[in-house]
Ligand binder design. Structure first.
Ligand code: SF4
Ligand code: SF4
Length: 76
């Protein structure tokens, strides 16, 4: 299975939560941190469920999410 993780740019995030609804794996949650603009930003849960599907990044109106696909080392 494809694995991924995301990086959220806290200072771009406006806390709209569209990405939370978009993620089919429930990997994004409302956080407790407040950014410079006063928005309550979201956080990556990092539960190992992210599959780099990009739906969160596509749904974000502020381009605050970067998706990173994890390439596993297949050498044995
Ligand atoms: S890339 Fe897909 S699975 Fe990973 S956090 Fe974004 S929406 Fe969820
Ligand atoms: S969709 Fe973008 S701006 Fe909205 S909460 Fe998610 S990261 Fe923040």
């Amino acid at each position: 299975m494809r694995k991924g993780r995301i990086k959220i740019d806290r200072n771009r995030c406006k806390g709209c939560m569209l990405c939370i609804d978009a993620c089919p794996k429930g990997e994004i949650k409302q956080g407790t941190a407040i950014n410079k603009a006063g928005y309550n930003v979201v956080e990556f849960r990092n539960n190992g469920e992210c599959n780099a599907c990009m739906l969160c990044a596509i749904s974000c109106p502020d381009a605050a999410i970067e998706v990173i696909e994890i390439i596993e080392d297949v050498k044995k």
